[in-house]
Design a protein around this ligand. Sequence first.
Ligand SMILES: Cc1cc2nc3c(=O)[nH]c(=O)nc-3n(C[C@H](O)[C@H](O)[C@H](O)COP(=O)(O)OP(=O)(O)OC[C@H]3O[C@@H](n4cnc5c(N)ncnc54)[C@H](O)[C@@H]3O)c2cc1C
Ligand code: FES
Length: 387
Amino acid sequence: MTVEYHELKVKAVIPETPDCTSFELEVPKGLREAYRYRAGQHLTFRFPWDGFEVTRCYSLSSCPDLGEPMKIGVKRVQGGRVSNWMNDNLRVGDSMLASVPEGRFVLDPGTRSGTPLFLFAGGSGITPIISLLKSALATTNRPITMLYANQSRDSVIYRAELDELAAHHPDRLSIHHHFDSDRGFVDEAGIASILHHTDTAELYICGPEPFMDLVERVLTRAGVHEELIYVERFVSPLDPDREHAGGLDVTSLEAPEAFSLWLDGRSRTVPYLKGRTLLQCAQAAGLSPPHSCESGFCGSCMSAVKTGSVYMRAHEALSSRDVARGVALLCQSYPSSPEPLELDADSTSFRAPSAVKSSYGKAWSTVAAAAVFALMVAGTLVLRLVP
Ligand SMILES: Cc1cc2nc3c(=O)[nH]c(=O)nc-3n(C[C@H](O)[C@H](O)[C@H](O)COP(=O)(O)OP(=O)(O)OC[C@H]3O[C@@H](n4cnc5c(N)ncnc54)[C@H](O)[C@@H]3O)c2cc1C
Ligand code: FES
């Protein structure tokens, strides 16, 4: 099944800072169900561009739990194509081709109430973070600590909204602003100083690459378990005119005839179709693992490689630590050895707690199945022995 795209109209254009604009989007009545989303998710947009098409993801900064109009915030990137075009040209009434919402940078509904939540945002990384923040405030009683780093006071996106949230929830929300213009870039000590109860907390990071790397490093040093850290990387795909020439001939790779894919709590056997990505093979077998951009930059199709090995054509959405840990993007992966290949698409983000929970779930379902089987055998014996 391919990702659904529909034309969405811009219904409001809101200047946020000198280099960031928000756009409210109108979802036609008949598509409301398709565009239901969770806080932290994004839309992928397609734009015609000089004879070819470019795709970009933008996170939803609105909160679905508050019934807010669907909204994205787009910050200019120096030399960037789409972000500047949108800031300069997009007007009320214009339409854009947008995918249905996707993404795994979401709150885990299974998290125990009261679990501390840490949010780290840098610059435009605030867009999914503010959505998570509003959702956690509206639907949980979790204490929330947030660090928001910006170049200067002028570049704080959603300042008024953040101030209002902090004023309304003084007992469980503390927001720490950092301005490079005052003290230089945020450093390790600044991040470490706001951490507490990190053995149980869940932590979400979104911002420029060096900011995210720094926060991840501090959290790792503080002993935070990687499964508790959620990361969203803001990257662009390689546009067709920027595509690298060459690349590996994937049909020459040795591969097993089929691979196993954990999806929706069940292991499925998927025939491998030579030269097709693992995502395409799963789709050909009638499965629909989470996916969105199909270009390796949104991270929606992240899966854990349990056994065997894969070759990825691109993996912009992953850090080198992710790759070393065995995270693969189904939309970019091909088997690269004849060994049996097993992947887990249920491992939300490879690091998400639900990954831990789902593996506990799988272990528990095995134990439960064994227990049921033992009871059935015992029942049969009792029936045979009872005269
Ligand atoms: C899941 C997800 C959610 C996102 N959410 C948001 C959001 O809420 N808000 C937001 O503002 N952004 C968000 N982004 C980032 C967004 O998708 C774009 O990456 C960003 O807007 C930059 O796109 P652009 O077309 O303006 O820049 P691009 O044209 O992609 O260029 C980016 C930079 O790379 C340089 N560059 C790249 N390739 C070349 C090349 N071959 N030659 C020369 N220069 C090159 C450009 O000069 C520029 O500096 C998100 C990304 C993802 C994956
Ligand atoms: S679907 Fe976006 S990275 Fe695979």
